[in-house]
Unconditional design. Structure first.
Length: 163
């Protein structure tokens, strides 16, 4: 039986479901601050992100802020989404959640780490929860490729002439 998350030494029962996770790491030839600014420019995602766009940026990027947007592309029709910011640690960590535990809820995070040469290592991850989360397991390899593509698109945006 899994106990409270604040008890890290508590064993987890062998039958406890493990949340599927996708992680991609991208090296971006720009400072952490430049990458951070691009991540927070939610109203500009459609200019670089292959499948995600937001209607506007929140007045403040704080825990609890909600950002309405759309996911499109791939095999699915365009879908309205609302992301709720669940973690902000400027300029190195941003996380949001979207979806529903009735189906799939995703907790998406971006971690930025400065490199000795001035570049940034972006680690983009999403952990999936909910009734249908286990159905994603067979697609994790493809999802990892997609998330690598998202990181590359962010890199191109920040590294490009308008970056």
């Amino acid at each position: 039986m899994k106990e409270a998350p604040d008890a890290p030494d508590t064993p987890v029962a062998p039958d406890a479901p493990v949340a599927p996770v996708v992680t991609a790491v991208t090296r971006i030839s720009a400072s952490v601050e430049d990458v951070w600014r691009a991540l927070l420019a939610f109203d500009q995602y459609e200019q670089w992100h292959p499948v995600l766009s937001f209607d506007a940026r929140p007045e403040q990027v704080v825990v609890g802020a909600e950002i309405p947007g759309r996911v499109s592309g791939g095999d699915t029709a365009e879908q309205d989404v609302t992301m709720r910011i669940v973690e902000v640690e400027a300029p190195c960590r941003l996380a949001w959640e979207g979806g529903s535990l009735d189906t799939i809820l995703g907790r998406h995070s971006f971690v930025l780490a400065a490199q000795p040469d001035g570049a940034t290592e972006l680690t983009e991850s999403e952990e999936f929860f909910g009734a249908a989360a286990a159905e994603l397991v067979p697609t994790l390899g493809e999802l990892t490729k997609e998330y690598s593509r998202y990181g590359a698109a962010l890199g191109a945006r920040v590294e490009g002439p308008s970056g």
